[in-house]
Design a protein around this ligand. Sequence first.
Ligand code: 6PG
Length: 241
Amino acid sequence: MLRNKILVFDNPEHVATSVAKIIVEKINNKKGIFNLAISGGNTPKILFDILAKQYSDTVRWDKLNLFWVDERCVEPSDKESNYGMVYNTLLTNIPIPPENIFRMQGERQPETESVHYQKILNKTLPKHNNLPFFDLVLLGMGEDGHTASIFPYNILLLYSEQTVAVATHPNSGQKRITLTGNTIKNSRQIFFLITGESKEETLKQIITEAKEAEKYPAYHILSTTKAEVFTDKGAFKSFYL
Ligand code: 6PG
């Protein structure tokens, strides 16, 4: 039972407000650069909006290095782009130095960008266990239990020797660039942001460690690391515990 890893809030806005506060304190209080990797998705979008609206002038943004957990292989201007979403909600509203932003270049040939981003991580991040070391990685989870762009059918990306890999969305066939499981698990901290009724069944199976959970990449990260889940009452009904 992974009950002790869950923090339940009333709704996605409360989840995002709490996570924003934690991130801001970590950036401001850390001595030196704070290396953060962010995911796409609906709940992170609320978080970035809160950071932009409530913290644009109270954070030492020059102490933040921003990386991506995954990116769709599209132009940054595409509505599907994770970078594009962060640019429009957060980056245009905070004074973060451009040189502190390390976007995955979804517009490039996927394999080329995967190799390029591995080099960026090796050059920019400190090492831990001889792997790039993030201070914090923000993850979401799909209804199918995917996280980052590691999908159940391709769960071996959790254990890839590469730190960054090319993935393919199982339904759309869309190419993705993604951090691999070993890179994510190597981080100092991992926050899952999981909200909404559509995630309830999957999250329940993960938290109760039901046998179905074995097929979910999110379960393998949550159950083998110090990861915590920030969720809401839509995705998590405590009564079954
Ligand atoms: C992506 C994300 C992905 C996302 C989940 C959850 O690029 O799609 O990185 O892993 O976090 O699909 O997304 P929601 O929070 O929007 O449900």
